[in-house]
Each structure stands twice: as structure tokens, then as C-alpha cells.
Write a protein that binds this ligand. Structure first.
Ligand SMILES: NC(=O)c1ccc[n+]([C@@H]2O[C@H](COP(=O)([O-])OP(=O)(O)OC[C@H]3O[C@@H](n4cnc5c(N)ncnc54)[C@H](O)[C@@H]3O)[C@@H](O)[C@H]2O)c1
Length: 278
């Protein structure tokens, strides 16, 4: 038995990567899981999104832990779809107690080159998608006077880098959103926090497009060639962390004992936080 046993969690971007890691860890604690993922590429994003097979694989991993799991193919930009998913999950698994607003995309482009379409996709998915997720789960949490919301920002929501205008703006926005929404829900037993990961070993970072963009000097760059570039973004000399390291922060924020932690940002970024001004 754990303090989370019997709860229900909704995880966006749950088909792979960090979302999958959060799903499996919550399942191990007896939490039923609803996975939401687009499972289709985004035209302006240069690497593939998760597939339907990825979503099914995560569902199988969750069910192997002995809890129920539903899957929902939807885009977090679609608020009506998220409202419908919350209603379906409530009917199938029970009321949504925990929401992990994790779906996100990254795209690079200098400000004098980036298309309006890429800007919109990144900001709409990362920021408006997080708002939509909160908007869909908040009424039920308020009514039951219990809820845990964790949004996934980034170390790029605390700092900046060239070519990342849209991504940085969206992830700084997530932190502002978290702080404001934590105020709306502080009186009804619902906590709202952010995690801010550094470089994490998922397909968002470890993909061919990223290797070529970051190492234009090489003909066939690999993850090993990207490693020194990424390590420079951290303080500790590691290029990337594993998704499970972010999961530990997420678990801490949703588990028993964290009921008075709200409106905060937890950095999991190999010391990048030491360079932030606050
Ligand atoms: N990987 C990193 O280095 C890193 C660092 C900091 C923050 N993050 C953030 O962590 C979160 C998880 O990313 P990840 O590292 O697991 O990458 P990932 O690409 O493996 O996972 C992202 C998931 O979101 C899904 N998704 C994308 N757009 C969607 C949409 N519109 N609607 C629903 N689902 C959608 C994708 O299909 C995918 O399954 C993202 O918000 C990302 O910005 C990642």
C-alpha cells in the first residue's frame, strides 16, 4: 500500500519518453493511468512524434504493474477533446486526481528565420496545451477538494539559448501559468507545480535532426558527437539524464507529504539551476 494507491492519473504525451516513465512509476504505486497522446507528427516539427504502437506499449507496461490504463489519441491543443477525455476517464477509471501536463515539442530557429507556423505549434502545444490540461481537470479536483497537477517546463523555461525563442517563451510561460493557477486552486486542496528538466534522454533530444543541427561540422553525427554540446548546458559533466530522474521529482510532488508544496518549480537539470538568477 502507498499513499497514492487507488488514485487516477492523466498524463499527456504519455506514449513514450518522460510521460511513459511517469506512467509506469505511478502504476507501480497503484495508480490507474489515462494516457493522452497525439500519436501523429506535427508538420513544423523536425523529428517524429510518438506512434500508436508506442502508446500501446506504454499501456502494456502500465497494465503489467496490475492497474488499469486507458489510452486516448488526442491533441492537447483541443480543449473540447480534453474535456471529453476527462469525462470518459471519470466513467472508466474514476475521477482524475493527478494530472501531469507533459506533452510538448521542441523546434529550433533563429528569430529572423523561424516561421509563424512553427512558433504557433510550439507555443500552442507547450503552453496552451498545458492550460487546456489544467482547465479540463481543475473543475473535478476543485469539487472533490483534492488534486495534484504537475506541468513540465524545462531548464529553458528558466534560462535561454540561441534558436530557442518559441521553446523558451513557451516554457517560461508554463512557469507563469503554474504560479497563477496554483493561486486559483490553493484554497481547494489542489497543488500545482512545475518540474524543469535539463537534457533528458528521449527522442526529443536524441534524434537525427538534432545531431545534424548541433553538429553541422560532421557528415554523420551521432549521439556521442552531440554529448559534449549538451553537457555544456549542465553544470555537472553529464550530457543528459534519464527520464526516471524527472519521474522521481514528479512522484515527490504528487505523493503524500507534499500537500503544502504548491506554486514551485523543481529543477532536475544537473546543476543548470546554479546559473539561474533565482
Ligand atoms: N527531452 C528533454 O531534454 C527535455 C528537457 C526539458 C523539458 N522537456 C519536456 O518534457 C516533456 C516530455 O518530453 P520528452 O522529453 O519525453 O519528449 P518526447 O518527444 O519523447 O515526448 C513528448 C510526447 O508528447 C507527445 N505530443 C507532442 N505533441 C502533442 C500534442 N499536441 N498533443 C498530445 N501529445 C503530444 C509526443 O507524441 C510524445 O509522445 C515535454 O514537455 C518537453 O518539452 C524535455
Amino acid at each position: 500500500m502507498t499513499g497514492l494507491e487507488g488514485r487516477v492519473a492523466l498524463i499527456t504525451g504519455g506514449a513514450r519518453g518522460q510521460g511513459r516513465s511517469h506512467a509506469v512509476a505511478l502504476a507501480r504505486r497503484g495508480v490507474a493511468v489515462a494516457l493522452v497522446d497525439r500519436c501523429a507528427d506535427v508538420a513544423t516539427i523536425a523529428y517524429p512524434m510518438a506512434s500508436v504502437a508506442d502508446l500501446a506499449a506504454t499501456q502494456a507496461l502500465v497494465e503489467a504493474e496490475g492497474v488499469r490504463c486507458t489510452t486516448h489519441q488526442a491533441d492537447v491543443r483541443d480543449l473540447d477533446a480534453l474535456h471529453a477525455i476527462v469525462a470518459d476517464v471519470t466513467a472508466e477509471l474514476g475521477s482524475v486526481d493527478i494530472a501531469i501536463a507533459n506533452a510538448g515539442v521542441s523546434g529550433m530557429g533563429l528569430i529572423y528565420e523561424q516561421s509563424a507556423g512553427a512558433w504557433s505549434d510550439i507555443v500552442d502545444i507547450n503552453l496552451t496545451g498545458t492550460f487546456n490540461t489544467m482547465r479540463a481537470v481543475a473543475p473535478g479536483m476543485r469539487d472533490r477538494r483534492w488534486g495534484r497537477i504537475v506541468a513540465v517546463s524545462s531548464m529553458m523555461g528558466r534560462a535561454s539559448n540561441p534558436t530557442l525563442a518559441a521553446y523558451c517563451a513557451s516554457k517560461w510561460g508554463v512557469i507563469g501559468l503554474v504560479k497563477a493557477v496554483s493561486q486559483d486552486l490553493a484554497h481547494v486542496g489542489v497543488t500545482v507545480n512545475a518540474v524543469a528538466p535539463g537534457n533528458i534522454a528521449t527522442p526529443m533530444v536524441l534524434n537525427d535532426n538534432m545531431f545534424h543541427t548541433m553538429r553541422p561540422d560532421l557528415e554523420n553525427p551521432t549521439a556521442d558527437d552531440l554529448a559534449p554540446v549538451l553537457a555544456g548546458l549542465h553544470l555537472q559533466p553529464v550530457p543528459w539524464l534519464e527520464p526516471e530522474e524527472v519521474t522521481r521529482a514528479v512522484l515527490y510532488l504528487v505523493d503524500e507529504g507534499a500537500e503544502h508544496i504548491t506554486g514551485t518549480v523543481m529543477d532536475v537539470s544537473a546543476g543548470a539551476s546554479a546559473r539561474f538568477t533565482a
